[in-house]
Design a protein around this ligand. Structure first.
Ligand code: NAP
Length: 348
């Protein structure tokens, strides 16, 4: 029985992750969104619940993705474009002619539209709503998908982290997600579409030295749950994607960035904290962070396919867990077992 339970636990993320493209029947005659390629779980067995594997005919449905200058956002924009979506790629650096927007514009596709979008700037967000309303084929049929992907990260123990740092990370990850969602919900409701929020495994389980990031992702989880309940009567689905460690495949951290954060943190530490913890301890923590950042997967496809499934499946999952088995198991233990056990297993 114990083996069966363990096997069931372990097979679930496999079923979610192992998705492949398949060409299904053509769009119904007369549909304006002729469509094509879809995601199908290869591991679903006949006779089992298969609701998660049924897929929508997507066609040229519009989707807005935030944070497309690099990482998941950039890869997702290209992936969904290939699937036939109309992409509105929100880019922080478009106005400056830098970042991913240059490459995405260079595709010269009518379905790849970059938009200047700083999720911390209400005016930028309002301008993006106006721009999209003006350029959607029919604003009354709305926006099919909003992927809140823009994010930043940092690290540092509570005593090492300034209030400015807490606020800076929350401004992008949490308030940015909420601001953008509120602004686009009228368009999403019209389409009976999808909101997909990129959280993190750190939005489910906390970790020492990650409080400035964890609190924002826990916030994204709570916001998404509340929104999901509220949107159900409107037929809008709200999904959360909780990636594990894919830092090696994105620009969230680089060795230079880690060093820059560390130098600034040490310089700004209150004297008493600096003295009590000491430089040796501080350097050890930075080394741990460097090692964590270089230990992740550089293949971001599980994340991209999870987001695509959330946008394309008739019955998408509430939560997606693209992560390796170590982190998946750790997350289950941390979220389901008494803290007295899980803390001892993974933290102390
Ligand atoms: N990589 C991982 O292992 C991992 C794991 C769990 C969750 N996540 C989450 O996944 C999401 C994407 O991150 P990523 O790993 O792909 O990192 P990334 O490569 O750094 O991508 C994040 C993007 O967000 C953009 N951005 C930052 N501040 C913004 C703002 N105010 N407005 C609009 N865009 C802004 C960044 O633009 P600039 O490049 O111009 O700064 C960048 O293009 C984030 O929410 C992150 O927390 C990542």
């Amino acid at each position: 029985m114990a083996t069966l339970l363990a096997a069931t636990r372990l097979s679930r993320p496999l079923a979610q992750l192992a998705v492949k493209s398949a060409r299904l029947k053509d769009a119904a005659a007369g549909r304006r969104w002729p469509l094509p390629e879809v995601c199908v779980s290869v591991l679903s067995q006949p006779g089992r619940r298969t609701y998660g594997t049924d897929v929508e005919e997507i066609g040229e449905r519009p989707v807005l993705i935030t944070g497309c200058d690099s990482g998941f956002g950039y890869a997702l924009a290209k992936y969904l474009h290939e699937k036939g979506f109309i992409i509105y790629a929100g880019c922080l650096l478009k106005d400056q002619g830098r970042g991913g927007s240059k490459d995405l514009d260079a595709m010269k596709s009518d379905r790849m539209r970059t938009v200047q979008l700083n999720v911390c700037d209400s005016e930028d967000v309002a301008r993006a709503v106006d721009h999209m309303t003006a350029t959607l084929k029919n604003p009354e049929t709305g926006l099919w998908g909003l992927v809140n992907n823009a994010g930043i990260s940092t690290f540092g123990e509570v005593e090492f982290t300034s209030m400015d740092t807490y606020k800076e990370v929350a401004e992008v990850n949490l308030w940015g997600t909420i601001r953008t969602t509120k602004a686009f919900l009228p368009l999403i409701r019209r389409a009976k579409g999808r909101v997909v929020n990129i959280s993190s495994m750190m939005g489910r389980m906390a970790n020492p030295a990650r409080s400035p990031y964890c609190i924002t992702k826990f916030g994204v989880e709570a916001f998404s749950d509340c929104l999901r309940y509220e949107m159900r009567p409107h037929d809008v689905k709200v999904c959360i994607v909780e990636p594990g460690n894919f830092i090696a495949g994105t620009s969230l951290y680089s060795p230079d960035r880690i060093q820059a954060i560390a130098d600034k943190m040490w310089d700004e530490l209150p004297e008493i904290v600096r003295r009590d913890y000491g430089r040796k301890y501080f350097d050890e923590q930075i080394a741990k962070m460097e090692s964590y950042c270089s230990s992740g997967s550089s293949d971001t496809s599980p994340v991209i396919e999870s987001i695509a499934h959330a946008l394309m499946s008739i019955s998408p999952y509430t939560r997606y867990h693209p992560m390796d088995y170590y982190w998946w198991l750790r997350m289950q233990v941390m979220t389901h077992m008494p803290a007295a056990i899980s803390d001892r297993l993974y933290i102390y």
